[in-house]
Design a protein around this ligand. Sequence first.
Ligand code: PLP
Length: 375
Amino acid sequence: MAGERYRDELTDHPAVGRPVSELPTPAPLVDLDVLEANIATMAAFFHGRPAHIRPHAKTHRAPAVARRQVAAGAPGVTCAKVSMAEAMVDGGVEDVYIANEVVAPGAVARLCALAERARVAVAVDHPESAARISEAARARGVSIGVLIELDAGIGRTGTRPGQPALALADAVARAPGLELVGLHAYEGHVVDEEDEGRRRAETEKMLALTMDTRDLLERHGLSVREITCGGTGTYAISGVYPGVTEHQAGSYVYMDPGYHRLTPEFGMAFSLLCTVVSRPAGDRVVTDGGLQVLSTGHGPALAKGHPELGPGRLSEEHGTFRMVDGGSSELRVGDQVEVFPAHCCAAANLHDHVYAVRAGRVEAVWLATARGRSQ
Ligand SMILES: Cc1ncc(COP(=O)(O)O)c(C=O)c1O
């Protein structure tokens, strides 16, 4: 791998070559075999299909992971914020899509500065944000790609499909410094829907509205090169929907227990190595990993390889696991256990680095240089 060239892949860190059991806990681990398999599985799915994967970097926030996704065929990455995109470009990614509205003056200025050293596109859902970006891009002499974000079901950001989207796309196409690239729609309202039939139906409903809007724009002489959408739970639905050109799934690369139920073809690559710090009663194992390192949301944490332990209840600095069905556990104070966070993206954003591990040894330390980059 081109790791040596990048300062965010540390191969001279004191932990490199050591067994994971020697790491200070809680320690964020990435299982390289699982990570590589996840990247390969997603790349193979999109290989030969009209759409490609542009993975969302908010999952890992680590250019070392992004470069591996690009090496597997992605044209670049999706980002949530300008500062995240800056970290990815600093790490060698040459093509970034910010799948979010950029409005604050400082952020608009940085967006345009970034376009001097990478291919940059951004979502727009309002004429005001289009005007701000246009003005800054023109002043700086750069061109920013624009995808009109639609609210075709998510109920978050996005202009309405049909005429409102046409009016906005027309304004963007005329604005100096902006290049109308296409449409963005995200099925975030159903991406983790357990009922597969509903997940499919709602995703396809959103995409049908998106394609109707594409047709409307094209009838008015506007060019729609890209249609981007998608999350991990729907990649096999939206990734093959006719007309979709880009897919933004992110979590697949690290995975977590909730998504693993929906897409078991991806393994859980990201965990926190924790130490058992207390066995206060036979029915309880308490570790040193709480919500400060595992985050909350999207359900409970899960102890790897310990089916006798139920879902973890997290307080700030402790993870408390109770036995399932009155069973028992061999775990003793001082033992280590890997814990999968309920939401891999939120947990990864709590750590400046991850230990890249293979067969129980640290192979490298990867800096998550986009950690906390939410501006
Ligand atoms: C705009 C956008 N695209 C794509 C994703 C896909 O992410 P995931 O694969 O983690 O569901 C997200 C998740 O937050 C998102 O907000």
